[in-house]
Design a protein around this ligand. Structure first.
Ligand code: MLT
Ligand code: MN
Ligand code: ZN
Length: 304
C-alpha cells in the first residue's frame, strides 16, 4: 500500500490568508513551515489513485506529486476519484476544481453526499462540466477502493468507513443526525494483510475507533489542537478543542496517551495554525517523540 501525504493543516491552511498569528507569521517567515490542507493520495492500483478529501489546495497538491500528474495521453489522469471523511468545506471545496475531468468517482457516506450534493449543489453545478459517479461508503463492511484495471479479482485495495461522530458542518447544522457524518477510513491491502487508518477529525474516541486503530499498521489522527484550552487561549473560539469537535493531543482526554499504547506507527495531521507543533523547535515535539508518536509532514510517503 502506498500513501502520499498531500497536506497536514486544518481549515485555513498554514499560513491562513487573513491571519497574523505566530503560527501563520512563522510560516511566512520560514516557508519550510508551510502546510497545505490535510489530504492523502492512496494508490488503489498501479497508476490509479484516489484522493482522500479534496481541499482548496488541490491544484498545488497534485502538481507537487509527480505520481498524480497526467499522461501519457494529453488528458489522461491517474486520479480516479475522491473519498470523503466528512462534508467540511476544507475537505470538499477542491472537488469543484476537478471539473475538467472526463469523470470522477466520489465515495462518501449518505449524509455527507446529501450535504455536498444537496446543500452545496456539487452535482447540479458540475453536471454541465463532468460526470460524477457517487459510491456510498457504508458504516460497516469493506468494499473495493477502485474497480481493478488488471490482476486477479479481489486483490485490490479495500476500504471501509468507521463511524466517528455526528458532527455536522456549520452550513448543515440543522441536517438530520447520523453517526456517519464524520468517519475514519480503514484502508486494507489483501495482498500484504497491511492496513492504515486515516482519522483527520476525531470528536470522540469510541471503542469502535479504538479497535480499528489497534488493528492498523499505521494510524493518522486528528492533531488539530495540542491542548483542550488552545482555541480559547489563542482567542480563535469561545469553545474548547473538544467543543469544536477535535480531541486535543495532550491532557487527560488527549489522544497522545491512547496512541502511545497502540502497536502501529502513529502520526498526527490536520494541525491548526494555533498548534505549537508548527514550530519545529517546540518542546512538544520531544514530548511526542518520547511517546513514540510522529507529526506527519506534507510530502511524506508511507509504504505499508
Ligand atoms: C473542522 O475541522 O472543525 C472544520 O473544518 C472547521 C471549519 O472549517 O468550520
Ligand atoms: Mn477541518
Ligand atoms: Zn494563524
Amino acid at each position: 500500500m502506498l500513501l502520499q501525504v498531500l497536506g497536514t493543516a486544518a481549515g485555513g491552511g498554514i499560513p491562513q490568508w487573513n491571519c497574523a498569528c505566530p503560527g501563520c507569521s512563522g510560516a511566512r517567515a520560514h516557508p519550510g513551515r508551510r502546510r497545505r490542507h490535510a489530504s492523502l493520495a492512496v494508490r488503489a492500483d498501479e497508476g490509479r489513485w484516489y484522493l482522500v478529501n479534496a481541499t482548496p489546495d488541490i491544484g498545488d497538491q497534485i502538481e507537487a506529486h509527480p505520481a498524480l500528474h497526467p499522461g501519457p495521453g494529453a488528458r489522461q489522469t491517474p486520479i480516479a476519484g475522491v473519498v470523503l471523511t466528512d462534508a467540511e468545506l476544507d475537505h470538499t471545496l477542491g472537488i469543484w476544481r476537478l471539473r475538467e475531468a472526463d469523470g470522477l468517482e466520489i465515495l462518501a457516506t449518505a449524509p455527507v453526499r446529501e450535504a455536498v450534493d444537496g446543500r452545496l449543489r456539487l452535482g447540479p453545478v458540475l453536471t454541465p462540466y463532468t460526470t460524477l459517479t457517487w459510491r456510498e461508503l457504508h458504516g460497516r463492511g469493506t468494499q473495493p477502493l477502485g474497480p481493478r484495471a488488471s490482476g486477479p479479482a479481489g486483490s485490490g485495495l479495500r476500504i471501509s468507513a468507521v463511524p466517528v461522530s455526528g458532527k455536522r458542518p456549520r452550513y448543515a447544522a440543522d441536517a438530520p443526525e447520523d453517526d456517519t457524518w464524520v468517519v475514519a477510513l480503514r484502508l486494507y491491502d489483501p495482498a500484504t494483510g497491511r492496513s492504515a487508518l486515516y482519522a483527520p477529525a476525531v470528536a470522540t474516541w469510541s471503542d469502535t475507533l479504538h479497535q480499528a486503530a489497534a488493528e492498523a499498521d499505521c494510524v493518522i489522527v486528528d492533531g488539530t489542537f495540542w491542548d483542550e484550552e488552545e482555541p480559547r487561549r489563542t482567542g480563535i473560539s469561545s469553545r474548547t478543542a473538544t467543543g469544536m469537535g477535535h480531541l486535543p493531543i495532550d491532557g487527560p482526554n488527549g489522544t497522545a496517551g491512547i496512541l502511545a499504547t497502540l502497536p502501529g506507527r502513529c502520526l498526527y495531521t490536520h494541525l491548526n495554525n494555533t498548534n505549537p507543533l508548527l514550530d519545529p523547535a517546540a518542546p512538544e515535539h520531544k514530548r511526542l517523540a518520547r511517546l513514540g508518536l510522529e507529526v506527519a509532514d506534507d510530502g511524506m510517503v508511507i509504504e505499508l
